[in-house]
Design a binder for this molecule. Structure first.
Ligand code: EPU
Length: 416
């Protein structure tokens, strides 16, 4: 298993191009199942999760030809099962449920278990599908779904769920009649999926709002589409630049999708300038502790909580970070403490008291964003930090070591 070794203390400098969004590419790949034929997807990020998604779709008969754009041939659907081995490595595998019941009228998808950041049930996905006429049974850890043609329904989410909204949105495009999804997740990745579905011939009103109205169509056609940029990858590089007092320009940056994040960086004293597609972090200014509460979009994203916490470790004064989306998303705290951070956790609040300096140590990555926070902290820490279990980072950060090296970081990946 590889580890990443970082010698901290170098201000990052230069330009970094933001890759395609993992959490947009995953549902869009699943959605290709619904329109038989050859699709071309541009800006699909080279990530472990994308490779897992391709392996999963290949089990269903989808064929891929790598390149830019990626060629996806979903002409022949030969299977409708998402096995445990795949769902357990990537929960987003449940995104095939909606497309499969819509096209094949059946699906067998392993029920995801708990995960490092919380219980993460899929009850709302299943409840919504049942409202659309899908018969759901649980058999030996698998969700077995069967349907005649799906029928439109009005579905009110008890809580906004990103992949839940995406699953039902996909299913609804091929349902008979109109589906209304209320209290839908408004994350930009849901919007990207909705635009992809629209390009394939779906009729969707209310894209990017909390009410999605979908008028079912009998069939969809394959298309060429470019995946949006990854706002969380962008936010991660902003934090890395700010913590090292560097000067970094992000290109292909989804500026409009980062409003809440940019606001918090600025409130904390980070000097930023933004123009369409570009954000620059400037050195200087005093980093000050600010409070953050994670919320569904357009609020501050839970996927940026750990990285922002790393930054707050070196801010002047205290900050309180409140996690409201996932019940167990403070796994990075004990690792950041190993680097000398002063953090105490009570329930879903973390109080971070800024320290003058972090010091390198061996640390362990626990989930994707927690790992990113350790990289950020290590970039600013004195001496050497070794980050173990870096496969978590491979799931969501394209060419991380290369991108950071090009910005001047002393970082390398070695076989442990
Ligand atoms: N929830 C339920 N029942 C459901 C579904 C969700 O109670 O049926 C709860 C969850 O337990 C959680 C809340 O609703 O408390 C929101 O979870 P959501 O369903 O929105 O999360 P998700 O769809 O499983 C996606 C991203 C996550 C991101 C969250 C929140 C993808 C593939 N994953 O997960 O991304 O943290 O939304 O924004 O889109 C990551 O990229 O590192 C990552 C974890």
């Amino acid at each position: 298993m590889d580890k990443i070794i970082i010698e901290g203390g170098v201000p990052l400098k230069g330009e970094v191009a933001i890759s395609g969004a993992k959490n947009a590419a995953l549902p869009i790949l699943a959605a290709t199942l619904m329109a038989p034929g050859v699709h071309h997807l541009a800006n699909v990020p080279p990530l472990a999760d994308i490779r897992t998604a391709k392996r999963l779709l290949a089990l269903m008969g989808v064929q891929f030809e790598d390149g830019e754009p990626l060629r996806v041939d979903s002409s022949n659907l030969t299977g409708w099962m998402a096995p445990y081995e795949m769902v357990k490595t990537m929960r987003a595998a449940v995104l095939v449920l909606g497309p499969l019941v819509a096209r094949a009228r059946q699906a067998s998808v392993s029920l995801p278990g708990g995960c490092a950041i919380g219980a993460r049930p899929i009850n709302l996905h299943l409840k919504g599908l049942e409202a659309m006429g899908v018969k759901i049974t649980l058999n030996q850890g698998y969700v077995e779904a069967k349907a005649k043609r799906l029928k439109g329904a009005e579905i009110i989410f008890e809580t906004p769920t990103v992949t839940g909204t995406e699953n039902l949105l996909m299913a609804a495009t091929l349902a008979k009649g109109t589906t209304v999804l209320k209290n839908a997740a408004m994350e930009p990745e849901v919007g990207d999926l909705a635009r992809f579905l629209t390009a394939m011939g779906a009729q969707i009103e209310g894209i990017d709002t909390e009410v999605l109205t979908i008028h079912g169509v009998p069939e969809l056609h394959p298309v060429t589409y470019t995946i949006m940029s990854d706002r969380i990858e962008a936010g991660t590089y902003l934090a890395a630049s700010a913590i090292t007092r560097g000067e970094v320009t992000l290109t292909n940056a989804p500026v409009a999708h980062l409003s809440a994040v940019l606001e918090k960086f600025q409130e904390a004293g980070v000097r930023l300038t933004a123009e369409p597609g570009k954000i620059t972090v400037h050195p200087g200014g005093t980093l000050t502790g600010v409070d953050v509460r994670t919320l569904p979009y357009p609020g501050f994203p839970t996927d940026m909580q750990a990285q922002f916490m790393a930054l707050m470790c070196l801010a002047r004064g205290a900050s309180v970070i409140t996690e409201t989306i996932f019940e167990n998303r403070f796994m990075h705290v004990s690792e950041l403490k190993r680097l000398g951070a002063d953090i105490s956790v009570s329930g879903n609040h973390a109080v971070i008291r800024g320290v003058k300096q972090l010091k390198g140590a061996p640390v362990m990555a626990t989930d994707l964003r927690a790992s990113a926070s350790l990289v950020i902290a290590a970039l600013a820490a004195q001496n050497t930090t070794e980050i173990h279990r870096v496969y978590h980072l491979d799931r969501g950060y394209a060419h991380l070591v290369e991108k950071l090296s090009r910005l001047g970081a002393r970082i390398k990946r070695v076989e442990a």
